[in-house]
Design a protein around this ligand. Structure first.
Ligand code: IPE
Ligand code: IPE
Ligand code: MG
Length: 280
């Protein structure tokens, strides 16, 4: 598929984006728990599906804005392991929506140089969805812009359990020693292998919980809770979240002074070393 006419920001957007970039601190990886589709619909006396449909528009807007801003990775929590237990009707609606979105959006993602990836128990998805997903991943695999990572049939505890199984299997075969198992070894057995850890987590709809999402990877993420339901969360809200993120002091267990010294390019202190080992 050839790449044509990528989307361009409006003049106003460009100004805001330049402002955010000028601080030199655009998150490398933003993770989003897209929540509140159902409540958005219920508030308008609409069926829940209307909220899910409307939510696709927010996905489009946030993906575009992240691409334009130069965010490296965007992980969207689109369907959790626990969501399989929702009423059958709602699950099939969500699967249909996912299939349609992959069908309709892949071309545009490709035009915008987006690389699509997915994490989760993908084999649980309907075969048609798996096929479309594999196709979209393959079409976009050499793109060099934003990596859009979809968490589908994903939960953190599922992910950790499968990592433990794969590590124990290696141990049983005698391929590894006990001392090989350190933090980076474990990270390499998670589905996010090779991805930077999220530095900003956004959750919409005012809920203050992680709902089994990236428990390992979010260890030092900055949390941003928006009161807005996902269908009403748009690029301006993303800009607010990033602005807020840029005001935070990320200390990684250190004291302020150490962090300041590091920022000012102080001597290669112990603080620097700890900081670098955590932030990569
Ligand atoms: C998020 O919206 C979408 C999914 C979890 C698939 P919800 O469907 O959870 O909406 P609420 O939380 O019920 O409002
Ligand atoms: C989290 O939302 C999962 C996704 C956004 C895909 P939920 O709506 O499923 O989370 P809970 O049930 O409110 O914790
Ligand atoms: Mg919800």
């Amino acid at each position: 598929m050839k790449r044509r006419s990528p989307n361009r920001p409006t003049a106003e957007d460009k100004k805001i984006q330049e402002g955010l970039r000028s601080s030199g601190n655009i998150p490398v990886h933003i993770a989003v728990i897209m929540d509140g589709n159902g409540r958005w619909a219920t508030e308008r006396s609409l069926p829940r599906v209307a909220g899910h449909n409307e939510g696709v528009g927010s996905v489009r807007d946030i993906v575009e804005a992240c691409g334009q801003l130069g965010v490296g990775h965007l992980t969207l929590y689109a369907f959790s392991t626990e969501n399989w237990n929702r009423p059958r009707e709602e699950v099939s609606t969500l699967m249909r929506l996912l299939l349609n979105s992959l069908q309709n959006e892949t071309d545009k993602l490709h035009q915008n140089n987006v690389r699509l990836t997915a994490i989760g128990d993908i084999e649980k998805l309907p075969v048609k969805v798996q096929d479309k997903l594999a196709q979209a991943i393959s079409i976009t695999k050499n793109n060099t812009g934003l990596t859009l990572n979809l968490a589908l049939s994903y939960s953190s505890r599922w992910e950790i359990a499968q990592a433990v199984r794969s590590i124990v299997r290696k141990a049983q075969k005698g391929e590894i020693e006990l001392d090989d198992i350190d933090e980076s070894f474990i990270a390499d057995h998670l589905t996010t292998k090779g991805m930077p850890e999220p530095d900003l987590l956004i959750r919409t709809s005012g809920e203050y919980r992680l709902s089994n999402f990236m428990l390992w990877q979010l260890a030092y993420a900055e949390l941003y809770i928006s009161p807005k339901f996902w269908p009403e969360f748009h690029r301006k809200d993303l800009y607010e979240a990033i602005k807020d993120f840029q005001k935070r002091e990320r200390r990684f267990g250190l004291v302020s002074e150490q962090v300041r010294r590091r920022k000012n390019g102080g001597e290669k202190s112990l603080a620097n070393k700890i900081f670098e080992s955590i932030t990569g």
